[in-house]
Design a binder for this molecule. Structure first.
Ligand SMILES: [Zn+2]
Length: 119
């Protein structure tokens, strides 16, 4: 009985620890109930599916369009709806930001898949 808590589902931090019935992440302070089904061997690793605002499955390298205006820290205008984003990369980001990308005029940033549509 020497179980290692599973990595944080929010930020993938591996230095999680158990506290009472919960697992706690020191990176993002996320707390969750460890799943009991995950430890038995034989199960195929779950493929994470990222979908855009209308339900299309997104893949690494896809081009997408931002479907609504987004505020950006330090930018007076933010990202406008309709902005094209090329070559996205799917990540397991903090706070549900599952797309890593580069936007002209803004640079590298992370977006939530729910604010884009496959181009
Ligand atoms: Zn975390």
């Amino acid at each position: 009985m020497n179980e290692t808590p599973s990595p944080c589902p929010k930020c993938s931090c591996e230095y999680t620890y158990e506290m009472n019935a919960l697992v706690v992440c020191p990176e993002c302070a996320h707390e969750w109930v460890p799943s009991e089904a995950a430890t038995e061997g034989g199960g195929a690793p779950e493929e994470r599916v990222v979908r855009d605002a209308v339900g299309n499955v997104l893949h690494d390298g896809d081009d997408v369009t931002v479907v609504r205006a987004l505020k950006v820290k330090g930018s007076p205008s933010g990202i406008k709806a309709g902005t094209k984003v090329r070559g996205i990369r799917l990540v397991d980001g903090v706070d549900g930001h599952d797309i890593d990308c580069r936007i002209d005029g803004f640079g590298a940033m992370q977006l939530k898949s729910g604010v884009v549509k496959k181009a």
